[in-house]
Design a protein around this ligand. Sequence first.
Ligand code: UDP
Ligand code: MG
Length: 317
Amino acid sequence: MNPEVSIVIPVYNEEESLPDLFRRLFPVVESLGRDCEVILVNDGSRDRSLVLLLEAARNKPYVRVVDFNGNFGQHMAIMAGFSKARGDKIITMDADLQNPPEEIPRILEQMDLGHDMVGTYRVMRKDPVFTRKLPSKLINWITNRITGLNIRDYGCMLRGYHRRVVDLINMCRETTTFLPALGKKFAQNPVEIPVSHEERHKGTSKYGLYRLIRLNFDLMTGFSMVPLQGVTITGLFVSAASLLFALFLIVRRLLVGSEAEGMFTLMAINFFLMGILLFGVGIAGEYVGRIYMEVRQRPRYLIKMTYPDDQEAGEKP
Ligand code: UDP
Ligand code: MG
């Protein structure tokens, strides 16, 4: 029989956090009084994570492990977990205990009330202010403006998805994606609740600035055409302004005569326009690159083995 709840956790080099995670997660799971499974997806960890995961799977009958053949990223790891999950209510969370497992019952409560997607936002977020909190506030705001999704906290992965939403997500074949956004798109009755947040006690964040920026590009390009349209509109605006400027120069030449100065003004204007041009090419390129990745139709992730049921290799087409 299928369990009622599936908890999906991506794991990438988390050997330091895993013992604490298990110590706190398993009692919560066992006290839920619901039939549960925990799906741990090893996203190509190079440390002892896999050993710890398999050990957990041996000790607890409700733990299943999916082992990737390399690092495919947090969202692909969750995708793989989704495709394996059998529960009616599916919960995602991080392995580093920044999302307390003790909040799981509150998410299930909301799902019992009929919400098919339970989002969360972090209160008293314990991350560095200048490198994480402020930029993330700004990015949440910009992203909401651009995508129109209205998610309060894009960074918090502790979320609950109903079977219907996960089935729809499983139908999406995109290689770069952002799961909470996808879930929100498909949800009929979403809700957001505050959850507490902890520092990362062990190990280090897997997202440096560069990866964070890439992830945000995935989000923007995956859920909006606004950046492209922004380039077009900027182009229109700049052309109009240049036309006016040219007209002004013609009139000035007729009335005052040709101008000899202004060489550096011209350069400044030129550099500005070149900047806009590069930016526009870059934005178009972001979309083109993603189209290229999609059309190649390579497998999004490769599964080396699943435990306990080690039967399949690779993603089913
Ligand atoms: N993670 C993953 N693959 C990756 C990067 C991260 O599976 O390529 C997992 C990681 O193990 C953790 C979660 O995704 O469980 C969130 O990662 P992290 O805590 O590093 O992100 P942050 O909280 O700093 O945004
Ligand atoms: Mg974290």
